[in-house]
Write a protein that binds this ligand. Structure first.
Ligand code: ZN
Length: 242
């Protein structure tokens, strides 16, 4: 079973298409939320994902776009993009977003956007947040998104600080049997100073994970964002990867 592990597509269809073209064959997509927000093609991204075999959890931008989260919790640019997204979503696409669970478990994997103790909002962005969450899930592995930064936090024992690790690019490495948090990075708005779309391949037969990056036509997405009147800062950041 080969899983295409995605997070934070953020209405960026060009980035999503580049990932799909680069991924090769896969059996299923596991999507860690934030299908919409920031980018210019929310309905198209939802349709593209739902046309493929997938499981998907909700992210904070998905909830905000359908009014399930108070948009005042966002920064001004994210809020503007969210309000724009609300105007674009058709009733069908609102229903799709509303149907997304906030957490899923598949075999040895817990699947969530933020953290297992606060699935929509908490960022597992540093060792201390991972360490505060080991008791909040029962599986061996927890897959998270939300930060848009590819990283692994590996359990190191009771009362020990976990290990932060950055996986090699384009190399399948063993998952191991130690508990861990794994974040595949962001497809539609990568944030670690690299504008290329970021994702991972999980091979559940070989028990490996491969972290990947792929270039996409950033200017195409930016053109659509400008035409939609989305905030200039959100347009610029796609060129820089922050
Ligand atoms: Zn996000």
């Amino acid at each position: 079973m080969r899983i295409l592990l995605l997070s934070d597509i953020h209405s960026n269809l060009a980035a999503f298409e580049a990932v799909l073209a680069d991924a090769g064959t896969f059996d299923k997509i596991w999507c860690l939320g934030d299908l919409v927000g920031y980018g210019p093609q929310p309905n198209e991204c939802i349709d593209r994902l739902m046309d493929l075999p997938n499981i998907c959890v909700a992210g904070n931008h998905d909830w905000a776009a359908i009014g399930q989260l108070d948009v005042s919790m966002f920064n001004p640019d994210a809020m503007r993009a969210c309000l724009w997204t609300r105007e674009q979503l058709t009733p069908h696409h609102v229903d799709v977003l509303r149907s997304l669970p906030d957490m899923l478990v598949d075999g040895e994997f817990t699947i969530v956007h933020g953290s297992p103790s606060d699935p929509i909002w908490e960022y597992v962005s540093a060792e201390k947040y991972a360490d505060a969450n080991w008791s909040s899930f029962d599986t061996v592995y927890c897959l998270v998104g939300h930060t848009h930064v590819p990283v692994v936090f590996q359990y190191a024992g009771i009362d020990k600080r976990c290990r932060e690790m950055f996986l090699p690019w384009h190399e399948a490495v063993p998952l191991g049997r130690q508990r861990l948090f794994l974040n595949p990075g962001g497809v539609g708005q990568p944030r670690n100073n690299d504008p290329r779309a970021c994702y991972a391949i999980l091979d559940l037969a070989a028990y490996t994970v491969e972290q990947r990056r792929v270039a996409y036509p950033v200017a195409d997405t930016q053109r659509l964002m400008l035409a939609a009147g989305l905030p200039a800062r959100l347009v610029t950041r796609l060129s820089l990867g922050w």
